[in-house]
Design a binder for this molecule. Structure first.
Ligand code: F6P
Length: 326
């Protein structure tokens, strides 16, 4: 294929580093004499043909900005095959030869369908703070979100310690404990509750907290992953602890502050790398894959692997939790 024009979109939850990737797509494409169209609001923008040319100038000063200049959305209409077929026809009519899709698992499911069912060449760039995509050790936004959560919990630690209180801090991760476990290690949390843990029980949590109390700990931080279904969210756990043990505890849900803010160096660098590489690979005829990182190297993963089991928090970290949380 002689690639003359490509589209780029961001979809699903925004993630710091998406703008770095968009900028790199545009600049690398320009260097290869390929025109770029920005598609607005993700797959909804494909359905609505809401796309327009994106120039290097449009991408000035976006590298350091969180969010996404292309906006994002979750699009139910795209689940319908006839809608996808119409999108493919519209893309062809607009001479958009290929797509770079920046997003998470839902976005890559959409890209897989466009690529396999509608034969539109697509390459994905992992953009989700959850870091829960098969085959890649990192996704855009994870590092920034972690640092945001850590900064917030460090502050909470000050007041927890001053008041000798227990804090339950809920972090994001739709059905993944990646943010929770990494944050817990980095903040020296006394306990962490996350969905992939086989030993996550209320009784185990109480035992851990009681052991800390016996050793003289008068304040504790428990990190709770929002995706943990077994024990419920931070409010549910807090309520139970309050009723059973008459504790003066507080619950903090960090929520969307984890999604915003200026991307970290890591997220800017990988956004730039992946953005440029996606264009080079599409120009060379590669398609039907998403980019990732393994052992520090840039790798390409077949889009179909998005249906593989999600990666769990690494054992090298989870093994440390009981030791470091003491
Ligand atoms: O997938 C990213 C994420 O931030 C999850 O961690 C979270 O569960 C979800 O998006 C929140 O989505 P929304 O912004 O639509 O509420």
């Amino acid at each position: 294929m002689n690639l003359k024009r490509l589209g780029v979109l961001t979809s699903g939850g925004d993630a710091p580093g998406m703008n770095a990737a968009i900028r790199a797509v545009v600049r690398q494409a320009s260097a290869l004499d390929i025109e770029v169209y920005g598609v607005y609001r993700g797959f909804q923008g494909l359905v609505d043909q809401d796309w327009r040319p994106l120039s290097s100038r449009n991408c000035a000063n976006i590298l350091q900005r969180g969010g996404t200049i292309l906006n994002t959305a979750r699009c139910d209409a795209f689940r319908v095959k006839a809608v996808r077929a119409q999108v493919a026809r519209d893309l062809k009519a607009a001479d958009i030869d290929a797509l770079v899709v920046i997003g998470g698992d839902g976005s890559f499911t959409g890209a897989t369908l466009l690529s396999e069912e509608q034969t539109i060449p697509c390459i994905g760039i992992p953009g989700t703070i959850d870091n829960d995509l098969p085959g890649t050790e990192r996704t855009l936004g994870f590092d920034t979100a972690l640092n945001t959560a850590i900064g917030a919990i460090d502050r909470i630690r000050d007041t927890a310690s001053a008041h000798e209180r227990l804090f339950l801090v809920e972090v994001m991760g739709r059905s993944s404990g990646m943010i929770a476990v990494h944050t817990a290690i980095a903040c020296g949390a006394e306990a962490v509750i996350y969905p992939e843990s086989a030993t996550d029980t209320y009784e185990e949590l109480v035992t851990q907290l009681r052991a800390g109390w016996v050793r003289g700990k008068r304040s504790s931080i428990v990190v709770v992953a929002e995706g943990d279904q077994q024990l419920g969210n931070a409010y549910a756990v807090g309520e139970r602890l309050r009723q059973d043990h008459d504790l003066d505890l507080r619950v903090v849900v960090l929520g969307h502050i984890q999604r915003g803010g200026s991307p970290s160096a890591i997220d800017r660098i990988w956004g730039s790398l992946w953005g440029a590489e996606a264009v080079k690979r599409l120009a060379a005829g590669e398609k039907g894959c998403y980019l990732g990182a393994q052992a520090g190297d840039l790798v390409s993963i077949p889009l179909a692997r998005i249906h593989d089991p999600r990666p769990a928090p690494p054992a090298v970290l989870t093994d440390l939790l009981p030791v470091l949380g003491r």
